[in-house]
Design a protein around this ligand. Structure first.
Ligand SMILES: C[S@@+](CC[C@H](N)C(=O)[O-])C[C@H]1O[C@@H](n2cnc3c(N)ncnc32)[C@H](O)[C@@H]1O
Length: 275
């Protein structure tokens, strides 16, 4: 196993309680996690033996979505909320590989994510990370670093990847998403991945593992996931299982839903455009 990144631990980090970012990092095979996170990752694997594959597939969908946004949709500004700990390839790397002038603002509420993100982004004038809470969308949009990092007169892609399932119905996730999208100009995109509930045991098992270890993480009926996109038109292929979601090649050969393994029906992705 390689050494953890040499980043000073912020004093607010509680190493006795698992955090979403660190558990996800553990599932991805990263080193920025503690024993308590690895134990939680084991709970995920007990519930869903392919939980690590699921994490990698979500991450691949994130990169595919960024590549589509920058290369095909002509987006050069991305606001990635709930960005997570740095992983193999990150949003700014995928975006700037295609367009070196692409700008990325990362937001996360986990102080460890922010500390590691700052270290990763040192010397990159086109990308920044800020501490922010999705449940307070106005604070994110009014944050001076967010305003400085993005031009709000031009389209921006809002990314909420692998985290809207952590916002309960009572917290009104769609109102939060609407508050954010209301602040973005026409032509902006909303890119989400989340957990569908079509009644399958593996979907419920993933949700149970998350609730048991992190206290949240609800799969939702596909129609509820569709509502996250606030009635905006979805770019092809629409809201799809990640294993069938290739936005740069939406008509390419895809596997039939019935041919997907049950674990491959635990995550969906979509990108919508605001008119
Ligand atoms: C499962 S990770 C996903 C990371 C990355 N988006 C991805 O899909 O690869 C969820 C991330 O969202 C962050 N997060 C969860 N709830 C949040 C909230 N309410 N506000 C801001 N960040 C949040 C966590 O700290 C974590 O880094």
């Amino acid at each position: 196993m390689s050494e953890p990144s040499p980043v000073e631990l912020p004093p607010e980090v509680d190493t006795n309680v698992p955090s979403t970012a660190r558990v996800y990092d553990a599932l991805l095979g990263g080193t920025d996690n503690f024993e308590v996170d690895r134990e939680a990752a084991e709970v995920f694997i007990r519930h869903v033996p392919q939980a690590q594959v699921c994490a990698h597939e979500n991450r691949s969908a994130l990169i595919r979505g960024v590549e589509y946004l920058v290369r095909a949709a002509g987006i050069d500004q991305l606001l990635d909320i709930g960005c997570g700990l740095p992983s193999g390839k990150n949003t700014h790397q995928a975006a700037q590989e295609i367009n070196p002038d692409a700008r990325v603002v990362y937001v996360d509420h986990d102080p460890m994510v922010v500390a590691h993100g700052r270290a990763m982004l040192e010397g990159n004038p086109g990308a920044v990370i800020v501490h922010g809470e999705l449940r307070d969308p106005d604070a994110i949009m009014d944050d001076p670093a967010v305003r400085a990092g993005l031009d709000f007169d031009r389209p921006i892609a809002l990314m909420v990847i692998g985290m809207i399932m952590q916002i309960s119905d009572d917290e009104r996730p769609n109102d939060i998403l609407a508050s954010l999208m209301d602040r973005l100009p026409s032509g902006s995109r909303l890119f989400i991945t989340s957990w569908p509930d079509t009644g399958e045991p593996q979907q419920h098992a993933l949700s149970r593992a998350c609730i048991e270890t992190l206290g949240n993480g609800w799969c939702r009926p596909v129609e509820e996931l569709r509502k996250h996109f606030l009635g905006m038109e979805l770019d092809p292929p629409g809201l799809e299982y990640i294993a069938r979601w290739f936005p740069e090649n939406p008509d390419g050969p895809v596997r039939a839903v019935e041919d997907l393994e049950p674990y491959e029906r635990t995550q969906m992705a979509g990108i919508a455009v605001n008119a």
